[in-house]
Write a protein that binds this ligand. Structure first.
Ligand SMILES: Cc1ncc(COP(=O)(O)O)c(C=O)c1O
Length: 407
């Protein structure tokens, strides 16, 4: 009889967002007249901008004609898109990333979950705590995480790097050497960013120890502060130790359209093998490319008009972030993030647990956020709100929270 991959049974409970959905459904059923505002899941709400829509229409029309029809995409993605990425996301920032080091995909979630496949299962993985859960769960599924300790909420083979308030929610280099290190800046869930000097320390550490950093830059477009690195390749030596992940979801609203890319530089060599060749092999065997029409839409993001439009989109969400940040401060909350990131990380009042605060806010303000404990034990006592709602809903939600605080 077939045996299942037993590693899946080690995953604790259900996915965070399905737990949240169940609680909302239960509350809505009992209170059908209440208007719930969702500032929980990190999904965008604003429509695609006009240059992206135009590119989609045009490329759909191309598919209707045999002369301009496109079938399977090239393994790494279309050159027009990889050239635009190399030029705009790297060359313009002084980073020497070549188009053939860029792998186009249907989003950063798949890539950050799949990248671990090219590494041995006995590597030690280090993650931030709190963390975007996909990094941990994908390593659990692959058998790299060890056993789950229910009481602590931790896997015994994973190195957790606590991100504490006193360090601005930045992780510190772990005492135990880690082989594979996941970093995400601007951070989901805390909204924290890293300075170039601090990031350089991680790069130097990885080059010294032979570790590899998986750098998730899904929120880089939200950086407003001058001098904060948009890419790990802005650090010296990063090409010999880092893989970088990007998404079009949050900068251009592609959560339902699906597009992302991963950079694996040729200089990144371990055990005498270019990791680029392993990822290329994985990509060509297990993936058949993001659709042509979507890659054309991605190209439009880099046009002059596209760049202007996405800046406006980001400004829209960042206005929400400021409104949440300021409103919560006025209501007496201790808050961080929300300056270079679309996430606001707040401390729950009076030592309430994250889930108790979730229920409190749902029941008393009809506002949904995400319990910090869902991102790891050091998220306990914290709560995440996103700036991805509509402006009107964001204002209404914050005003309700403020009224609740004044009761
Ligand atoms: C840190 C981080 N990485 C990756 C992703 C996934 O992005 P995509 O929509 O491109 O799969 C998300 C989505 O919320 C995220 O928060």
């Amino acid at each position: 009889m077939v045996k299942i991959n037993d590693n899946y049974t080690k995953l604790p409970g259900s996915y965070l967002f399905s737990d949240i959905a169940k609680r909302i459904a239960r509350y809505s059923e009992a209170n059908p007249d209440k208007k719930i505002i969702r500032l929980g899941i990190g999904d965008v709400t604003q429509p695609l901008s006009s240059s992206i829509i135009d590119a989609l229409h045009k490329s759909v029309d191309e598919m209707a004609d045999a002369d301009t029809f496109h079938g399977y995409a090239p393994d790494l993605g279309y050159e027009f898109l990889r050239n635009a990425i190399a030029e705009n996301d790297y060359k313009s920032r002084g980073c020497d990333i070549r188009p053939d080091e860029i792998f186009v995909s249907d989003g950063a979630k798949c890539d950050c979950a799949n990248i671990q496949e090219i590494f041995a299962t006995d590597n030690v993985v280090a993650v931030c705590d709190p963390v975007y859960p996909v990094y941990v769960d994908s390593n659990v599924m692959a058998g790299r995480a060890g056993d789950y300790d229910e009481e602590q909420g931790l896997f015994d083979r994973i190195v957790y790097m606590p991100c504490l308030e006193e360090h601005g929610f930045a992780p510190e280099i772990p005492e135990k050497t880690a082989d594979l290190i996941y970093l995400c800046f601007p951070n989901n869930p805390t909204g924290a960013v890293i300075t170039k000097d601090e990031l350089q320390k991680w790069v130097d550490y990885a080059n010294e120890t032979g570790s590899v950093i998986i750098y998730d830059a899904a929120y880089e477009a939200y950086i407003q502060t001058e001098g904060i690195p948009h890419s790990i390749y802005e650090c010296e030596g990063a090409k010999t130790c880092a893989i970088e992940l990007h998404s079009f979801s949050k900068n251009a609203g592609f959560t339902g359209v699906r597009l992302g890319y991963t950079v694996v530089p040729h200089e990144l060599v371990r055990d005498g093998i270019e990791l680029h060749s392993l990822w290329a092999r994985r990509h060509s065997t297990k993936y058949n490319g993001a659709p042509y029409i979507i890659q054309r839409a991605g190209e439009a993001v880099y046009s002059t008009e596209g760049q202007k439009e996405i800046k406006e989109l980001i400004a829209y969400y960042m206005r929400n972030a400021s409104y949440i940040l300021e409103g919560l401060k006025e209501a007496g909350y201790s808050v961080s993030g929300g300056v270079d990131a679309p996430y606001i990380w707040l401390k729950t009042p009076e030592g309430m647990s994250s889930w108790d605060f979730f229920d409190y806010l749902l029941e008393n303000a009809n506002v949904v956020g995400t319990p910090g404990s869902g991102f790891g034990p050091h998220g306990e006592g914290y709560f995440r709100l996103t700036a991805f709602g509509s402006y009107e809903n964001t204002v209404e939600a914050v005003d309700r929270i403020k009224r609740l605080a004044n009761k």
